[in-house]
Ligand binder design. Structure first.
Ligand SMILES: NC(=O)c1ccc[n+]([C@@H]2O[C@H](COP(=O)([O-])OP(=O)(O)OC[C@H]3O[C@@H](n4cnc5c(N)ncnc54)[C@H](O)[C@@H]3O)[C@@H](O)[C@H]2O)c1
Length: 429
């Protein structure tokens, strides 16, 4: 199939490269000239496992193309995917300006029949808005069907998730368009749910809100565990054996970050507000999450009343492992707080240092985990990269000014760390 993907970010690029890999001819379109130039030269602007190899291979096979021209990119497209950003607006609502701009551009340039597929996460009703904008502004009057096809991939495992989805959701009131888009996903051998557009849009927000709720729930249980002397890992193990409870997402820590859960939970609260419904549970989930990241600082303050002039090491800057994405990363807020308290921060992340440096230029960036802990009075672990799990703990102890670890992701075992001579704090243990 001839496919165009508008927006070549984490979702658009992965979508484009995976569809190309499945044998389609794909144009990836973005207004960011530098991004498109780099991609055209085989350079990948983001870190995502397997992406580099797949972009190179599919470009070489002549079925993956990059352009800044929407007109050129959609010239032959039978399916046009919209994968632009939908960041939070001032009141938590999803800012739809990028989606609206794209709809207007499609209206201007599309001169043949096509299915427009909305992959961006958008409030309920946006599919209909896109259809209306195209219909009202079309220049060439082709037949256009708008379909909702929310994306569920996780950064850090994006290629794997796209190719091995738990389900594909397609929202449409057109049997033909639904079948056409479903056909694209047939090789993935997964359940394909075809539903109405509004329900498809709601599925995406409800899924993210539920996952965020699990995280805030287990973090609150962890906080209570600390007060009563229980161990959150034991608790989750016991809970997870109940067939009704899936323990996969019950990891206590410093809370969720990233470009999806924070903005999508706010957007769903806003969607509910707009129809006069107070989504109490989700409001609490957001509040709990906002507090949770600072638990590591509370723990640090039980060791040092005053942090001024003290060197604190931070491991992990991305919002989760295997990505360079630092949007809403807990580490950023924690570092800002540490600096406000007068601490000196030395940080290390396997891939997210460069992105963090753009917003926090005045801290020290080490080139490896050992460099970061040199002379530090404490180490805060903010992202659970495998590299940290495999670090030489004895070497770390030798490098630190005082052997204190505050493990915001529970990657180490408390007893083992104490036996090695560390003062160790986990979350809920
Ligand atoms: N990142 C994730 O893990 C993830 C997962 C599922 C769903 N989503 C959703 O997918 C959407 C995209 O997310 P992302 O993380 O890929 O965003 P992103 O910010 O990484 O990428 C968006 C891209 O769109 C481009 N763009 C903006 N306006 C454009 C225009 N008019 N024409 C062409 N390109 C334009 C931007 O330059 C940018 O490269 C969002 O709605 C997000 O909520 C994201």
């Amino acid at each position: 199939m001839e496919i165009a993907v508008i927006g070549t970010g984490y979702v658009g690029l992965v979508t484009g490269v995976c569809f190309a890999d499945l044998g389609n001819n794909v144009f990836c379109i973005d207004t960011d000239k530098e991004k498109i130039e780099r991609l055209s030269q085989g350079e990948i602007p983001i870190y995502e496992p397997r992406l580099f190899e797949m972009v190179r291979e599919n470009s070489e096979r002549g079925r993956l193309h990059f352009t800044t021209s929407l007109k050129e990119g959609i010239e032959k497209a039978e399916a046009i995917f919209i994968a632009v950003g939908t960041p939070s607006g001032p009141n938590g609502e999803a800012d739809l300006s990028q989606v609206e701009n794209v709809a207007m551009e499609i209206a201007r340039h599309l001169d043949h029949n096509a299915v427009v597929v909305n992959k961006s996460t958008v409030p309920v009703g946006t599919g209909n808005l896109v259809a209306r904008l195209i219909a009202e502004n079309t220049v060439h009057h082709p037949e256009v069907t708008v379909v909702s096809n929310p994306e569920f991939l996780r950064e850090g495992a994006a290629i794997f998730d796209f190719m091995n989805p738990d389900r594909v959701v397609i929202g449409t009131d057109s049997d033909t368009a639904g079948a056409e888009i479903a056909q694209l996903y047939r090789p993935l051998n997964c359940p394909i749910i075809i539903t109405d557009i509004l329900s498809a849009e709601m599925i995406k927000y409800s899924s993210n809100a539920f996952l965020a709720t699990e995280i805030s729930f287990i973090n609150e249980i962890a906080n209570i565990c600390e007060l009563v002397g229980a161990d959150i890992n034991e608790v989750v193990h016991g809970m997870g054996l109940d067939k009704r409870i899936n323990p996969a997402f019950l990891n206590a820590g410093v809370g969720y970050g990233g470009s999806c859960f924070p903005k999508d939970t706010l957007a769903l609260v806003n969607i509910a507000d707009n129809v006069g419904y107070n989504f109490k549970v989700l409001n609490s989930v957001i509040e709990v999450n906002a507090r949770q990241r600072f638990r590591v600082i509370d723990k640090l303050l039980t060791e040092f009343r005053d942090l001024s002039g003290k060197r604190v090491a931070v491991w992990g800057l991305s919002f989760k492992p295997n990505t360079d994405d630092i949007r809403e990363a807990p580490a950023t807020d924690v570092i800002i707080k540490l600096l406000e308290m007068g601490a000196e921060v030395s940080a290390y992340d396997p891939v997210a240092g460069e992105n963090t440096q753009k917003i926090l230029p005045d801290i020290e960036y080490a080139s490896d985990s050992y460099g970061a802990v040199k002379g530090a009075v404490a180490l805060l672990i903010m992202t659970e990269w495998n590299e940290f799990k495999q670090a030489d703990i004895k070497k770390i102890k030798g490098l630190m000014a005082s052997p204190i670890i505050i493990d915001g992701r529970n990657i180490y075992h408390p007893r083992e760390m104490r036996e090695l001579g560390f003062t160790y704090y986990g979350i809920g243990r």
